[in-house]
Design a protein around this ligand. Structure first.
Ligand code: UTP
Length: 292
């Protein structure tokens, strides 16, 4: 088996405006909205760490500094908790190894492709991961770990995909599929962002997790605006197909689109129902509400 350069860096684009969640996201970044008691960004960072990622790169914008604060030491909080003998292990996932969190700014939210390009100097000449924190991926192992395992086999570029009903494809990036490599791994022959339903090459949508070769940065450099007037990552990736290996991993697990309100509520319910400490109580509440 050939060895591929390991994936040690992950980019988290968090500079979007989160307009679908206004007014909640006027002063609070969308990525800090909690699903039960953990903010979305925490789930994504944990997923990356589980996959062996060491360097966390946040592409931030104005009003997003609280995301970086979340991964810092909170002296006042911690000393008060310690004096009161409170269990501080809940804060463990928020601790970062000094130097492992890097932020770059996207001054104007010109699109996901542009946000990724803003991290080019930190990514350098290495393959890297991208995680969109508003797509919550719950699985064992996590989605990024499943992707890194696939990457170790085939190398090149990988995206995670899932199947949706045909009338939903026009909200997403959609893939055209080639050879089936295994049950969960397929060759990608084309990509299109937000196609009309009748133009969609499949019902397999890109689901917010990527492993890309650094060449994508050079492609993004002159990427024109695409769907929605934004610089689209999907368009840049589409231009790489044919020059580099491109595969899709079908994620074995549950995905919640927490960028949409209903997806957010679904995630909150699903994760609360699964929790040992509250599942039974939440189930009883849900049943009571449904019986109203
Ligand atoms: P979304 O389109 O889902 O996020 O982008 P948004 O623009 O913040 O949300 P709405 O549509 O206005 O409600 C997916 C991810 O890409 C980031 C977002 O922060 C989100 O994590 N993003 C998007 C950027 O960092 N920069 C951009 O220019 C666009």
């Amino acid at each position: 088996m050939t060895t591929h350069k390991p994936i040690k860096k992950a980019v988290f684009p968090v500079a979007g405006l989160g307009t679908r969640f206004l007014p909640a996201t006027k002063a609070i970044p969308k990525e800090l909205l909690p699903i039960v008691d953990r903010p979305l960004i925490q789930y994504a960072v944990d997923e990356a760490r589980e996959a062996g990622i060491e360097q966390i790169i946040f592409v931030t914008g104005r009003g997003k500094t609280a995301i970086v604060e979340h991964f810092d030491v909170a002296y006042e909080l911690e000393s008060t908790m310690s004096e009161r003998g409170k269990d501080m292990s809940v804060l463990d996932p928020t601790r970062a190894t000094p130097g492992d969190i890097i932020t770059v700014r996207q001054q104007v939210p010109l699109g996901l492709g542009h946000a990724i390009w803003c991290a080019r100097a930190i990514v350098g000449d290495e393959p890297f991961a991208i995680l969109l924190p508003d797509e919550l991926m719950i699985g064992e192992p996590g989605c990024m770990k499943q992707m890194v395992e696939a990457y170790n086999e085939v190398g090149g570029n990988l995206i995670s995909v899932l199947e949706v009903p045909e009338d939903e494809v026009s909200s997403y990036g959609v893939i055209a599929t080639g050879a089936q490599v295994s049950d969960t791994l397929t060759e990608v022959t084309g990509l299109v962002e937000k196609p009309k339903r009748e133009d969609a090459p499949s019902n397999k949508i890109i689901s917010g997790r990527y492993i890309l070769q650094p060449e994508v940065m050079r492609v993004l450099e002159d990427q024109e605006k695409g769907a929605g007037g934004e610089i689209q990552l999907t368009d840049a990736m589409a231009r790489m197909i044919g020059n580099q290996p491109f595969h899709a991993v079908t994620f074995a697990g549950n995905r919640y689109d927490c960028g949409s309100k209903t997806g957010f509520v679904e995630a909150t319910l699903a994760l609360a129902l699964e929790r040992e400490d509250m599942g039974a109580e939440v189930r009883a509440i849900a049943e009571r509400l449904l019986a109203r």
